[in-house]
Design a protein around this ligand. Structure first.
Ligand SMILES: [Zn+2]
Length: 231
């Protein structure tokens, strides 16, 4: 299976906000056991130039310009780059943070790698707020540009999607709660077992809202260039 890890970089009045980091420089230089395993079972680009920090430098920004990082969840492939941004505030659902620090309690939680959070100084942890984004329970993030953390627990204990009001309209990144529809041939029971229970609802939401750009973490660039998304 060919894969990658989609990260989003958002310009806000509060500085750059990175949504998920992908692998970090240290993961390329000294891969952890879980990264080595992932490379065996998937086909992924394993080039340090792919690291978020290197890509951000190529865009002409500095490391310190990334003031905030929003995590869908804390599996190694989504937050391995945290050590590359030690000054950023890390925004994540409280349930996910607690699963990370208390884990691993299940085989999936073996995807939490302790060293990834060793340099983090500032956490912003969130619980339910009673607010809604469309018909999803959601938590407003503290940026001038409207961004919401959308709890989609299941793939991991505190897994969330992130909704961003981009200049061209809403972008709903569902992290590991959804799949790339073009390339997905997995049966529903398998998707549910691995990604949690939200896929049918997300697929329906995508159909009802073709104006909203929807992405999943492991979509490959080719799908995005096709103008893809979910539907
Ligand atoms: Zn994951």
């Amino acid at each position: 299976m060919k894969t990658g890890l989609l990260c989003l970089l958002v310009e806000t009045g509060q500085g750059l906000v990175l949504v998920d980091t992908g692998l970090g420089l240290a993961d390329y230089a000294h891969p952890t056991r879980i990264t080595r395993l992932f490379r065996i079972i998937t086909e992924m680009p394993f080039d340090p130039q792919e690291a978020a920090l290197n890509q951000i430098w190529r865009l002409g920004f500095r490391r310190e310009d990334v003031r905030h990082i929003v995590l869908t969840h804390m599996h190694f492939d989504h937050c391995g780059g945290l050590p590359d941004f030690p000054e950023a505030t890390i925004h994540v659902h409280r349930r996910e943070y607690e699963a990370f620090v208390n884990g691993p309690r299940s085989p999936f939680e073996l995807a939490y790698v302790r060293r990834h959070i060793e340099r983090v100084q500032n956490w912003a942890l969130y619980g339910s707020s009673g607010e809604k984004w469309f018909d999803f329970d959601a938590i407003r993030l503290p940026f001038d540009l409207e961004m919401w953390l959308v709890p989609l627990h299941g793939h991991s204990q505190g897994h969330c999607g992130v909704a961003i009001q981009a200049p061209v309209g809403w972008h709903f990144h569902v992290g590991d709660a959804g799949v790339d529809i073009e390339r997905n041939h997995a049966p529903d029971w398998l998707i549910r077992a691995v990604l949690g229970p939200h896929w049918p609802r997300l697929r329906d939401f995508a159909r009802i809202h073709p104006e909203i750009r929807m992405t999943a973490s492991h979509m490959i660039l080719e799908s995005l260039r096709l103008g893809g998304g979910f539907v």
